[in-house]
Design a protein around this ligand. Structure first.
Ligand SMILES: Nc1nc2c(ncn2[C@@H]2O[C@H](COP(=O)(O)OP(=O)(O)OP(=O)(O)O)[C@@H](O)[C@H]2O)c(=O)[nH]1
Ligand SMILES: [Mg+2]
Length: 324
């Protein structure tokens, strides 16, 4: 009996052949299984697809689990920010306070064993926060540096009530340096491309029960290196200020694209690095618009719809009408 394969199935098969990653292969296989005509002539093929899919899923599980070297966190939203720190310092509590995620929180160390993402709303954008297992002298998950390398910025959490201060913080910093990751207050102008520098805020947790003297010690030790913020997830102190400081640190601008003659979509900004131009925005909207862009009109700051050139540098909250 002929299989009579449909164009949809053939397209899915082409995707499978072109797939580079296990995730792409899996998505293509799932699509093949969904689109294959279900009749006697394709029974063998269906069974074969199911077997291949099961094998891929199993592979993904073991790689993510036992050996753990290829754990990845798909970035989402305007930026990805990792939560780092010694055991029990309050990382998961902060994730729970700022996002809808529901991580395990407990008053003993090493509660978190896997990266857990959550989306933090800030005004009209979302920033992805990724809770991490703790870093300690005897503990650094082998996959952790890899996830940190991929992040846009970091929060270094410090518990001022910890009896191991400041050694526990130093261990975190040093272990990361050994993995070529430098947590810095401000990014260097130029640096060795083999090293990752991450813009970092130091977050001093548990403000509701911290002794003033212990916080002072932290300020003396780290105040010149990092912007320091004090928070409490128990009383919600400092959380709004933390969001604002984090957004500033990310060095991003939100711009609202507007088709000529129509109002701007004020809900869904494009997010671009500080320094991006009108041309960069056009490229982001569509490659063709980038190529054909003649000029733009900008509303924001002192501008009220004036014409600007392609090289005009965008500022946070500009409204831009692109003329291609
Ligand atoms: N009083 C007070 N306790 C807090 C605060 N934040 C966290 N805690 C407590 O500190 C303990 C550890 O919190 P977690 O959020 O699990 O800490 P963690 O850094 O994720 O811990 P690990 O995953 O083990 O590294 C829990 O008992 C929390 O309830 C805070 O702001 N105030
Ligand atoms: Mg935790």
């Amino acid at each position: 009996m002929p299989a009579n394969l449909t164009p949809q199935y053939k397209a899915a098969e082409a995707k499978w052949k072109a797939a580079h990653t296990p995730a792409e292969r899996r998505a293509a296989l799932e699509e093949m299984l969904a689109t294959i005509p279900k009749h006697k002539g394709t029974e063998k093929m269906q069974a074969d697809l199911k077997r291949r899919l099961a094998r891929l899923r199993q592979e993904e599980e073991t790689r993510g689990g036992k050996h753990g070297h290829v754990i990845r966190v798909e970035p989402e939203g305007a930026a990805q920010v990792v939560l780092l720190g010694p055991p029990n310092c309050g990382k998961s509590s902060l994730l729970a306070a700022l996002t809808h995620a529901e991580p395990a929180i407990a008053d003993y160390p090493f509660t978190t064993t896997r990266p857990q993402p959550g989306m933090m709303g800030f005004e009209d954008v979302h920033v992805q926060l990724v809770d991490m297992p703790p870093i300690a002298a005897a503990a650094l998950e082998p996959w952790l540096p890899n996830v940190v390398h991929g992040a846009d910025a970091a929060l270094l959490l410090v518990d001022p009530t910890s009896l191991e201060l400041p050694e526990d913080v130093e261990v975190v910093r040093q272990k990361l340096v050994a993995s070529h990751i430098h947590l810095v207050g401000a990014l260097p102008e130029d640096s060795d491309p083999r090293e990752t520098h991450l813009a970092t805020l130091m977050v001093v947790t548990k403000a509701d029960r911290a002794r003033e003297d212990d916080v002072k010690v932290l300020e003396e030790l780290y105040g010149a290196t990092y912007p320091l913020l004090r928070i409490s997830t128990a009383t919600h102190t400092g959380l709004e200020a933390l969001k604002v400081a984090l957004w500033r640190m990310l060095q991003l601008v939100r711009v609202y694209a507007k088709p000529p003659g129509k109002p701007a979509d004020r809900h869904d900004p494009f997010v671009l690095p500080v320094g991006s131009t009108v041309h960069d925005l056009a490229e982001r909207v569509h490659r063709e618009i980038g190529e054909k862009l003649q000029f733009a009109r900008v509303w924001g700051g002192r501008l009220d719809g004036q014409r600007v050139a392609r090289e005009f540098e965008l500022r946070d909250r500009d409204v831009v009408e692109l003329h291609a």
